[in-house]
Design a protein around this ligand. Sequence first.
Ligand SMILES: *[C@@H]1O[C@H](CO)[C@@H](O)[C@H](O)[C@H]1NC(C)=O
Ligand SMILES: *[C@@H]1O[C@H](CO)[C@@H](O)[C@H](O)[C@H]1NC(C)=O
Ligand SMILES: *[C@@H]1O[C@H](CO)[C@@H](O)[C@H](O)[C@H]1NC(C)=O
Ligand SMILES: *[C@@H]1O[C@H](CO)[C@@H](O)[C@H](O)[C@H]1NC(C)=O
Ligand SMILES: *[C@@H]1O[C@H](CO)[C@@H](O)[C@H](O)[C@H]1NC(C)=O
Ligand SMILES: *[C@@H]1O[C@H](CO)[C@@H](O)[C@H](O)[C@H]1NC(C)=O
Length: 327
Amino acid sequence: MRKTSLPILILFIVVLVTFLSYNFKEDVKRNTKDKAFVKVDKENDGRDKKIGLKSPEGRITSLLEKSNHSLVPNIVHYVWFSVDERLKFHQMISIRSAYLFIKPEMIILHCDNEPVGRWWKYVKNFVKTLIIRKTTPPREILGKRLVKVEHQSDIARIQILQQYGGIYLDFDVIALKSFKNLRYYNFTMGLEYFGTPGRLNNGIIISERNATFLRMWLDSYKTFNPSEWDEHDCQEPYKLMFKYPHLVHIEEKTLNYPSGKPTELKLIYEGLYNWTANYAIHTWYRLYELEHGPDSIKTMNTTYGEICRLIYYGNSTLIKPKTRLKG
Ligand SMILES: *[C@@H]1O[C@H](CO)[C@@H](O)[C@H](O)[C@H]1NC(C)=O
Ligand SMILES: *[C@@H]1O[C@H](CO)[C@@H](O)[C@H](O)[C@H]1NC(C)=O
Ligand SMILES: *[C@@H]1O[C@H](CO)[C@@H](O)[C@H](O)[C@H]1NC(C)=O
Ligand SMILES: *[C@@H]1O[C@H](CO)[C@@H](O)[C@H](O)[C@H]1NC(C)=O
Ligand SMILES: *[C@@H]1O[C@H](CO)[C@@H](O)[C@H](O)[C@H]1NC(C)=O
Ligand SMILES: *[C@@H]1O[C@H](CO)[C@@H](O)[C@H](O)[C@H]1NC(C)=O
């Protein structure tokens, strides 16, 4: 028995390796031909541009010069306001991605109550630099009451960045590379809706401690109305960007593109988007809602599948279901 099983095992491995490498080459070929595979415009990959970055309409939106030394501390912040809520798989992927690619000195979870569940246990075990900081949700700003938890979180992230500086991430943001380049600017946000701008998305903010832009932004909340949705958290910074272009660096497509617009959301959950230029992919998970786990991401032939595999398995290529030999 033993004498015959070794050659069969070797043969099996050779066949499997050949099969996998053939399939990998095929994928790469098919991907480049695919229409859904959008090329990133080199013009808009503004990582190293110093000044004069323009909006898609050609307006200058960013005059902040890149410093010759790093200004933003390499700290990642998350805000979690909830009671007894499970940390979900996609949220774990976000934290894991920040840990692996941003390599922060620390990841601080600012929370009223810690998350619960399997993936939270996993995070606490995996992330060696995790700090849990208990904080109460802000209940008011400049005399205006904050009722919705979303608005409490909007204010909390601004105040946290004023106090510590660093990189604020929403739980549906997946980091794909180091943010080092961006830490040379006092303050950075990404355009939301690249094709039809009007917002800077506050799901990703890179800021030095006490940045001037943060103060201007927080100050704008004096006109806050508790019944609004994103007027102050996303539209206001967009307006401030034109008022104070020397205070903010804008990334046009490397943080929040593709966006949550239906056509762009398809690039994340149905198509294959070339994300190699992105610092992060903002997954707009709330608009997708399906929950995944380590098994179902193996065969998801989509951008989301690719980046989940990259973060969880260390490789973005599809993982074939196991093949069995008869006998
Ligand atoms: C993955 O999707 C692309 C297009 O979205 C398709 O061309 C390719 O054949 C798919 N690959 C596999 C292995 O199904
Ligand atoms: C950074 O630039 C300033 C002037 O812009 C210069 O004085 C300083 O020496 C530079 N620092 C480094 C480390 O190059
Ligand atoms: C923040 O900046 C303002 C204005 O420059 C300054 O007055 C204040 O002392 C700074 N606060 C901290 C904590 O550095
Ligand atoms: C950005 O940071 C540099 C270095 O600390 C400082 O000299 C400059 O005034 C800051 N710019 C703004 C707009 O705060
Ligand atoms: C993806 O985009 C990068 C530039 O960001 C480019 O170098 C690369 O060739 C692109 N890949 C494909 C398959 O088009
Ligand atoms: C991912 O896997 C493919 C094929 O299995 C391999 O060619 C590639 O080098 C791997 N990439 C990384 C980053 O390990």
